[in-house]
Write a new protein. Structure first.
Length: 434
């Protein structure tokens, strides 16, 4: 690609986490550093908020997109050199650089971090987005298995191109591999501040789709795209840092700190409400079933992949992390990380104590054993999860009642439409000859 950068794609997301953009011209420049001085990175542009799902009503729709220059990247897939930057949404005319519109999910995450963390604290996340390569007809692209390489995994060149592209825009891919399911892939992205990681996940999905499309295939992030196959998760590894100290590790015992256990207890206490945000689609609950390494029960354990929260093996305290295993790639990452932070900090502030960690295969425990261990279940469907979110004051207070109310209303309609309107192929196969 030659020439100068002449356009900037200013990006926001709707309440579901889908990217939306307005493209504006800039003074032609050769580098992003030059572009950062352009007035467009200060002025932004206006947007009709009523046309963005969950953002604003038609009577208060004149909003402003204020770019965040720290997120500036160049898009590798455009024929015309084009940059992109994430934005905060503000009311038009606002001069407060820290203000945001109450239903701007990116602004919500930044506000939750400001409210719950001191200036020298960070919640960092490492993520494992899973996805499928599929043909234009919606069929599986390959029949590969876990850790297969070429030619059993024929999409490896596309996978590596995605990994290289995200590296070019500042992410650090750690492991790139074929996953358990046929045509299922994973690229693990290294630890970063949750505010940047939320941006990174949007960029990752955008680049993955663009690169796959150029190769003549599609990328599918559905939690359960194929019946009987492994579903796509978004495992989130979390570390709480204060300065250069990881508060989740105990340097004396080289084990988990009490702070980490308090954080775990908070996640467990609010797990049912978090599920509505972490698993926000009807399809999500077809992944959250036993025996496919997706959690079903609210529990935690050391290196236990059947638990909701797993503590990966670590050798020194600064490497300690908490893996929250239920989320899927359909989650809005800004709301997801805001909810995880709110739940974990509630556990720390109230000094909640988690139950004993479980080492057993929780899927194979009897109902009586789970009752004895005080292990309860995640919501079985989107409706149950929305009920739990509606009753969780901690999550609502942290994220804001406006955004939670709109999210619940949109998702409640989706759930009710599925129950009362949709006729599935299973119904045809089961009932058509009765």
């Amino acid at each position: 690609m030659s020439g100068k950068i002449e356009y900037v794609e200013l990006r926001i997301v709707d309440i579901l986490g889908r990217p939306k953009a307005m493209i504006v011209p800039c003074d032609p420049v050769d580098t992003l550093d030059e572009l950062r001085k352009d007035p467009v990175l200060k002025d932004g542009t206006s947007v009709d908020g009523s046309s963005i799902l969950g953002l604003s009503r038609v009577e208060s729709s004149d909003l402003r997109m204020r770019p965040d220059p720290s997120t500036l990247i160049e898009l590798p897939y455009m024929m015309q050199r084009t940059a992109a930057a994430m934005c905060f949404v503000q009311e038009k005319g606002s001069n407060d650089s820290d203000s945001f519109y109450p239903t701007d999910t990116r602004g919500v995450l930044h506000q939750v971090c400001r409210n719950l963390l001191t200036k020298d604290m960070l919640l960092k996340a490492k993520v494992e987005p899973e996805f499928h390569f599929v043909t234009p007809e919606g069929e599986k692209f390959d029949e590969g298995e876990y850790a297969d390489s070429y030619p059993a995994s024929p999409g490896v060149d596309i996978l590596l191109e995605i990994a290289s592209s995200i590296q070019e825009v500042g992410m650090q891919p750690r492991v790139i591999h074929h996953e358990v399911g046929e045509s299922q892939q994973e690229i693990e992205i290294a630890f970063d501040d949750i505010r940047r990681m939320a941006d990174n996940l949007l960029i990752f999905k955008n680049l993955a789709r663009a690169i796959a499309q150029d190769a003549g295939i599609d990328v599918n992030f559905m939690p359960k795209p194929f019946e009987g196959e492994s579903g796509n998760g978004l495992h989130c590894h979390l570390q709480l840092w204060k300065g250069d100290i990881n508060l989740f590790g105990d340097d004396e015992t080289q084990g988990l700190s009490e702070t980490a256990k308090n954080f775990i207890a908070g996640l467990l206490e609010h797990a049912r409400a978090i599920t509505a945000i972490a698993n926000p689609t009807v399809n999500s609950y077809k992944r959250l079933v036993p025996h496919h390494e997706a959690p079903v029960y609210i529990s935690w354990g050391m290196m236990n992949r059947t638990a909701l929260i797993r503590i990966p093996l670590f050798e020194i305290g600064r490497m300690a992390a908490i893996e929250f295993r239920s989320p899927d790639p359909m989650a809005n990452p800004y709301l997801l990380f805001a909810a995880l932070l709110a739940a974990g900090m509630d556990g720390i502030n109230r000094k909640l104590v988690p139950p004993e960690p479980r080492s057993e295969d929780i899927f194979h425990l009897t109902e009586e054993q789970r009752k004895d261990f005080d292990i309860t279940a995640l919501p079985a469907n989107l409706g149950e999860a929305l009920d739990a979110l509606q009753e969780d004051k901690v999550i609502i207070d942290a994220l804001g009642s406006d955004i939670i109310e709109r999210f619940i209303n949109i998702k409640r309609k989706e759930w009710n439409d599925y129950l009362s309107e949709v006729v599935t192929e299973w119904e045809w196969e089961t009932y058509s000859d009765l």
